[in-house]
Design a protein around this ligand. Structure first.
Ligand SMILES: CC(C)(COP(=O)(O)OP(=O)(O)OC[C@H]1O[C@@H](n2cnc3c(N)ncnc32)[C@H](O)[C@@H]1OP(=O)(O)O)[C@@H](O)C(=O)NCCC(=O)NCCS
Length: 284
């Protein structure tokens, strides 16, 4: 058992918020009291990437804004915010809140959308180990195994062969590879898919695929950005069509394809037996 008296709390403050942390130093749970008087954080969206948070309004009121709506948290109301959900506070009046996290909150796992600086570039063999670790992590944690058509051994062996297989781009946070995307250019590999799309065999087609982003970096626009880079590359390389396929329930995947300008064709079981939404863009 451990008691922390109010005078022993650790405090922090910004222009619009004041926090009182209870340093119990236990791993499973923590507790803080936060007074909020305006927009918090001052700019951007905030999210926890590793902890779920429950917030109870002790006094006053606080407007909490999520991407899908906002509401006022009033005295004795409580809200549960699961990890990876973006939000910010936008209060006009002062509110006092008790926040509890499981596992215990840490600043390292918190993210502010505006403060993450990512670099987009080709992935080279120097980052081979990181690349395969990223693939393993994302594929092991897939929400639905049907979302990703497993790589064949020749594809693993050809990861850096951009002429006969696929140019490969990555998103980097510092030196850390956090997301990848490929532009499949092998006409042999795409032959059956051309039939699925109703395209003549001699049409020059490239496919957007290999979109894998670490869970804690999703929703930051990484895939959208990488696919735009690859769309421009496909144009530059003289392809007639850009195609892509995504499982109908893979919302993130379908959304990015539509956002970069590919048009929905239909939903069908494609040549390899996977159910897919087909997307296509005529480049010429
Ligand atoms: C699919 C995936 C690549 C998307 O990458 P990403 O970098 O997070 O994508 P973006 O941030 O560019 O865009 C995703 C959009 O979909 C939204 N989204 C993702 N999952 C969602 C869901 N379940 N419900 C509603 N929206 C969802 C995001 O919020 C974001 O939209 P927003 O910018 O309007 O908020 C990533 O989720 C992933 O790695 N998934 C596992 C592997 C996979 O399924 N790959 C696809 C097969 S090629």
């Amino acid at each position: 058992m451990k008691v922390i008296k109010s005078g022993e709390r650790e405090t922090w403050s910004t222009k619009t918020a004041k926090g009182f942390e209870y340093p119990f130093a236990v791993k499973n749970i923590d507790c803080a009291v936060v007074e909020i008087t305006g927009r918090h954080p001052l700019e951007g969206w905030y999210r926890n990437t590793k902890v779920d948070e429950m917030i109870f309004c002790k006094k006053g009121v606080g407007r909490i804004v999520f991407k899908d709506g906002s509401f006022d948290l009033k005295e004795n109301d409580a809200v549960f915010i699961e990890k990876n959900k973006w939000y910010y506070w936008n209060s006009r009046t002062k509110g006092c809140f008790v926040a509890m996290c499981n596992p215990a909150w840490s600043s390292q796992q918190g993210q502010n959308k505006n403060k993450i600086e990512l670099v987009y570039k080709k992935v080279t063999e120097k980052d081979k180990d990181q690349l395969f670790a990223l693939i393993d992590t994302v594929l092991a944690g897939l929400e639905n195994p049907q979302y990703f058509i497993p790589y064949e051994q020749w594809e693993y062996d050809s990861m850096f062969d951009e002429k006969n297989y696929a140019p490969l781009y990555g998103a980097y946070d510092g030196n850390k590879l956090v997301g990848m995307a490929q532009l499949y250019v092998s006409q042999k590999m795409l032959a059956d898919f051309k039939k699925d799309f109703g395209l003549p065999a001699k049409t020059k087609v490239a496919e957007l695929g290999g979109n894998l982003v670490l869970p804690e970096y999703r929703g930051l626009g990484i895939t959208t950005k990488l696919q735009k880079i690859e769309l421009n590359l496909a144009k530059k390389l003289g392809f007639d069509y850009l195609i892509s396929m995504a499982h109908p329930e893979n919302v993130g995947s379908c959304k990015t394809l539509e956002r970069v300008g590919l048009k929905f064709v239909n939903e069908q079981k494609v040549a390899n037996g996977f159910l897919r939404n087909l997307y296509m863009l005529k480049l010429k």
